[in-house]
Design a binder for this molecule. Structure first.
Ligand code: SF4
Length: 377
């Protein structure tokens, strides 16, 4: 249990190990509060390697709070395209506006103030305070909880808020005391804990205990209980939603649709789709309802996309249609026909549609021109 473990012994070996093993990461070179904030939000639910190019592109284009606050939705969604969990970037934009209004464009250095900003929780507030401002504040997430429960052989359920709070309290006490003693450096300590979780005390498979700076006193290891830790109560089962996804082609143009402002993938562009698995006839009559005249239909492969609480199981079709009249397109609010070659460039289309986005390219357009229009349905 963490309560009967002397945490004071973990600080020096951990910081020494970090000094010799830390990875070079773009957000570590110049830990401006803005960079720490952006990188920590990107790193939620996303691997470091995947985040690197996104971070660099984001910072290059939106280099400070002001630029982020003034950025149009379509642009920041585009910069986030592929990272998923798009509410993260919406919240970044909203928080940037709050920072402009309330703090003159400077990311606050106080934990409580940071918590009032949209999308910033305890972990991110702790990371900004400690890494960017050098304050002795913990940053406890699932990785840190895994490492700490193994170290202390604590089998409390880490899905419980009370358990998270308790660990956070314990680490906070340790940080304050050891900083006062001149041993702990907040920015290094928190980053070292995160790095240990990412490189050594890893979540899947066996951790690399022989390379761990705590191997001599890790209680989970001594008691042979690593595999049963951390204890996590089962998350709710994901809901399964069936969908039929349509790639509607008008020559070199493809139909996309803007999702509603609220809910899953809000404000992003999507390929038109309907609930449930539809057969070819049902799809053709739906396409006609949308105001298109279908010429030819072809089934595509099935696909699946997993969100945190829901799974989409998808069937797809490509449908070639007669050229749309320009005013018809305007009248038809449901669909937007855009040039296929720059659809992926200009519009943020979530990765959930990745399996079908490849059918938006020009070759299919050429095929449609060559074959599709010969065959009227
Ligand atoms: S010794 Fe092994 S189980 Fe213990 S903290 Fe280190 S890597 Fe994790």
């Amino acid at each position: 249990m963490i309560d009967d473990f002397d945490l004071n012994i973990i600080v020096e070996p951990l910081q020494d190990w970090f000094a010799g093993h830390k990875r070079i990461l773009p957000w570590r070179e110049n830990p401006r509060p803005y960079d720490v904030w952006i990188s920590e939000i990107m790193l939620q639910q996303t691997r470091v390697e995947a985040v690197k190019p996104y971070f660099e592109r984001f910072i290059q284009e939106l280099g400070d709070v002001k630029a982020l606050a003034e950025c149009e939705e379509d642009r920041y969604l585009k910069l986030w395209e592929g990272l998923g969990y798009y509410n993260r970037v919406r919240n970044l934009n909203a928080a940037a506006k709050q920072i402009m209004e309330d703090y003159g464009g400077i990311v606050p250095d106080e934990y409580e103030k940071l918590l009032t900003l949209k999308g910033i929780g305890h972990y991110t507030a702790g990371a900004i305070c400690s890494i960017a401002y050098g304050k002795a504040v913990p940053a406890v997430d699932g990785n840190v909880l895994r490492v700490m429960t193994r170290l202390t052989a604590d089998d409390s359920d880490i899905m419980k808020q009370s358990v998270k709070n308790h660990f956070e309290e314990k680490i906070s006490q340790l940080m304050v005391e050891q900083e006062k003693a001149g041993i702990l450096v907040p920015s290094q300590f928190n980053q070292a804990l995160m790095e240990l979780g990412a490189l050594i005390c890893t979540p899947n498979g066996k951790p690399h205990c022989m390379e761990c700076p705590w191997k001599e006193f890790c209680r989970g290891r001594q008691e042979g209980r690593i595999e049963e830790l951390p204890v996590k109560s089962k998350a709710k089962q994901r809901k399964i939603e069936e969908k039929t996804v349509l790639v509607i082609r008008d020559g070199d143009k493809v139909a996309i649709h803007k999702r509603p402002k609220k809910g899953l993938l809000a404000g992003l562009y999507e390929l038109p789709n309907v609930c449930g698995f539809k057969n070819q006839e049902e799809v053709l009559s739906y396409v006609k309802e949308l105001g298109c005249q279908p010429l030819r239909i072809k089934p595509l492969t099935d696909a699946k996309h997993i969100f945190s609480h829901v799974e989409w199981h998808m069937k797809g079709y490509v449908i070639f249609v007669e050229p749309m009249e320009p005013q018809k397109e305007k009248e038809e609010q449901e669909l937007l026909f855009v040039e296929a070659y720059d659809a992926k460039e200009r519009y943020a289309i979530p990765t959930a549609f990745l399996a079908y986005a490849e059918y938006m390219n020009l070759e299919i357009g050429a095929e449609a021109v060559k074959n599709g229009r010969k065959e009227k349905l």
